[in-house]
Design a protein around this ligand. Structure first.
Ligand SMILES: [Zn+2]
Length: 252
């Protein structure tokens, strides 16, 4: 229709009308592009909001698991350090069941590493750019670095740890048991108690060497791997809470 009108204006050499036709066409194209852009931006904002909400749910689930594991591993580190100090320095205090349990699990670095699938999906589809919150992007980058460090610690320290209950069953004896899961009392998990012959540890340099070696690698794993990862996970959670205006009564 506009084309027929332009041809008619050309035949009559109505230059002002031709100019106006031209302006109408250009404006029409421009408005079309703008509407398209606005729709794209609106869709990206909706996708960003959905991705952040999903990421928040995932981070809460990972934190629930990691906080329980962190507290178990730090307890092992604490009692392992204490019993090594007592065995070497002869400081006061009799060894307890907690010290024995720490010795029996001093080879166990299990972490339950979990990903944030929503972030991985954005990465694999090249759409990380829809996240506009720069501090959140920095926190996600920090988490990725901390995860690499934790994976390095697991791969390099894990094989060097000695399973004392397996290699020295005569001095570290396991007793199977079922206990409640720490932050989910309705659930149970298989576990073990341990009985240790501490006199044998005092007498045997080989046993004490194994213990000191485990303590060194366990300490490095907690300091350079597990703790930074849990800290970076908390940073990501902080940024997501801020972006989504979420306030928790309590956080792990
Ligand atoms: Zn939160």
């Amino acid at each position: 229709m506009i084309l027929r009108r332009v041809i008619a204006h050309f035949r009559k050499q109505e230059w002002t009308a031709i100019f106006l036709d031209f302006v109408i066409v250009v404006l029409g194209v421009f408005v079309g592009f703008q509407v398209n852009n606005w729709n794209e931006v609106r869709k990206e904002r909706a996708d960003e909001s959905a991705a952040l909400s999903q990421m928040h749910e995932e981070v809460v689930a990972v934190e629930d698991l990691s906080s329980r594991i962190l507290s178990d591993r730090l307890a092992t580190l604490h009692f392992l350090s204490e019993i090594v100090d007592r065995l070497y320095a002869g400081t006061d205090g009799a060894p307890t069941d907690d010290h024995c349990l720490a010795i029996a699990s001093s080879h166990d670095l299990y972490v339950g590493l979990a990903d944030l699938p929503s972030y991985m999906q954005l990465q694999s589809s090249g759409r990380v750019g829809i996240i506009r919150d720069r501090p959140l992007l920095q926190a996600l980058g920090g988490l990725a670095q901390a995860r690499q460090a934790l994976e390095f610690a697991l791969a390099n320290f894990g094989p060097r740890l000695i399973n004392l209950a397996e290699d020295h069953a005569g001095v570290v004896l396991l007793a199977p048991r079922t206990i409640s899961v720490a932050n989910a009392p309705a659930l149970t998990e298989r576990d073990y108690a341990a009985v240790c012959d501490f006199v044998a540890f005092r007498k045997s340099p080989a046993l004490r060497n194994a213990l000191v070696s485990n303590l060194e690698y366990f300490d490095a794993f907690a300091r350079d791997g597990l703790r930074p990862w849990v800290r970076e996970l908390g940073n990501v959670h902080d940024r997501l809470d801020a972006a989504l205006s979420i306030i928790h009564d309590e956080r792990p």
